[in-house]
Design a protein around this ligand. Sequence first.
Ligand SMILES: *[C@@H]1O[C@H](CO)[C@@H](O)[C@H](O)[C@H]1NC(C)=O
Ligand SMILES: *[C@@H]1O[C@H](CO)[C@@H](O)[C@H](O)[C@H]1NC(C)=O
Ligand SMILES: *[C@@H]1O[C@H](CO)[C@@H](O)[C@H](O)[C@H]1NC(C)=O
Ligand SMILES: *[C@@H]1O[C@H](CO)[C@@H](O)[C@H](O)[C@H]1NC(C)=O
Ligand SMILES: [Cu+2]
Length: 372
Amino acid sequence: MTCQSLAMILPKVLALAFICLTSFTAASPVDSEGEKWGSDLVVRQENSETQVRKEWRKLSDDEKLDWIDAVKCMMSKPALNGAIYSGSRSRYGDFMALHIQAADYVHFNGPFLPWHRHLLILWEQELRNTCGYAGSQPWWDFSLENTAETFPKSPLFDPLHGVGGNGPWVENVSSIPVSNPAVILADRTGGGCLDNGPFANLTVTMGIGNNLDYNPHCLRRDFCPELIASALSDERLAAVRNAPTFNDFNIAIQGKSLAVPDAVIHLGLHIGIGGQVGELADTWSSPGDPLFYIIHSTLDKLWNDWQRADWDTRKSEISGPDAMWGYPFDFFGPIPYKNITLDYSLNYTNFGSSVTIRSVMDIEALGYTYDD
Ligand SMILES: *[C@@H]1O[C@H](CO)[C@@H](O)[C@H](O)[C@H]1NC(C)=O
Ligand SMILES: *[C@@H]1O[C@H](CO)[C@@H](O)[C@H](O)[C@H]1NC(C)=O
Ligand SMILES: *[C@@H]1O[C@H](CO)[C@@H](O)[C@H](O)[C@H]1NC(C)=O
Ligand SMILES: *[C@@H]1O[C@H](CO)[C@@H](O)[C@H](O)[C@H]1NC(C)=O
Ligand SMILES: [Cu+2]
C-alpha cells in the first residue's frame, strides 16, 4: 500500500468523485410558481423539549450503541416508497432514495444547507418515531482529528463504539463501479468492502450514482488522509467561521472549484472518507453510508454556529443560486439561475411536505440545538 502525498495530484485539475460532469444538464432552475409553493409549517412538536445533538465522543458508550441500533432498525423497517423506487428496500432506503432523486437540486447552490437541515430533521424524527430512539443525531468535531495521522484514529471510526473505519486496501479498483471513473485519488488508502465495525458487510441497495433501481452492492470506504488534512485544515475551518456573508460561508463549506487542492469542508468530509470508490463520495447515493448523517449534522452545526455569531443579521441571511452549478458555483461556465430568497421552497418529493427556507433558519425554533 502506498499513500502518495496530495502534492502529487496538485498539478492536475481533477473533477472529484462527488460530482459528475453530466449532471450539469440535469439541473434546472425553479420557476416562480415553485418559489411560492413552500409552506411555513414549523416542525417542532408541541410540548417537546429542546433536543441537544451531541458530539460523538460526548455520548456515553450506551448512547453510541443506541444510535447505531436505531440506524440498523431503520434498515430493518419496511420501505414506504418501495413501489416508487425499486431500490428502496427499507425505511433507511427511502431516505437514500429521497436524496438520490433530489441531489441535482440541492448541491453546489443556495438551498444546499437548508435542504439538508430539514432532511436531518425528518431523519431524526423517523429514528425516534419508527425506531424508538431516545437520543439526537450526533455530529463530529473533525477539528480534533484533522491531520493525516490523527484522522484515521478518530473515536468516530471505532469498530465497537463507532461507525467502523476504513475499507481494506484494494490496489486495483478499476473494475469497481463509480459515478465518475475519471477521478483518480493518489492518496487513497482503502477501497474494499467494509469489514469492520457495526456496518461491516452492509449491503447498499441502490446507487452508485443517480440510479434508484435495485442494485445490491457492498458498502466501501476509501480514506484519503492527505485530502482530509488539506480540506479540513484549521485554515479552512477559520474561513468558515470568519466568513462575513452567507455567500462567503457557503463557498467556504462547498468550495470555489472542483480541483482537489480547492476541496473544502463538505467535499473533504465526503471524499476524505469515501475516497475514490466509496459510497460516501457519491453525489447521489452517499446516504448509503450511515456516516452521511453525522457529516451533515456537522455541516448543520457549522451553519448554526456561524448564524449565532451574529444572530440578528444571520437569522434571516440566505443567498445563492437555485440551480446546481449556478454562480458562484459556476465551475462549468455560466448557466441560467435565480438567486434564492427565504421564500424558496425546499421539496421532499414522495416523502414529506415542502418547507420554505424561512422555516428552517432557526434550529431552536425547530426544537434542537448542538452541544459545545
Ligand atoms: C418544488 O415543488 C414545486 C411545486 O411542486 C415545483 O414547482 C418546483 O419546481 C419544485 N422545485 C424543485 C427544485 O424540484
Ligand atoms: C486492474 O484490473 C483490471 C480489470 O480487473 C485489469 O484489466 C487491469 O489490467 C488491472 N490493472 C493492473 C495495473 O493490474
Ligand atoms: C462478512 O462476511 C464474510 C463473508 O461472508 C464473513 O466471513 C465475515 O465474518 C463477515 N464479517 C462480519 C464482521 O460480519
Ligand atoms: C445573484 O446575486 C449576486 C450577488 O448579489 C449577483 O452578483 C448576481 O448578479 C445575482 N444573479 C441574478 C441572476 O440575479
Ligand atoms: Cu447531499
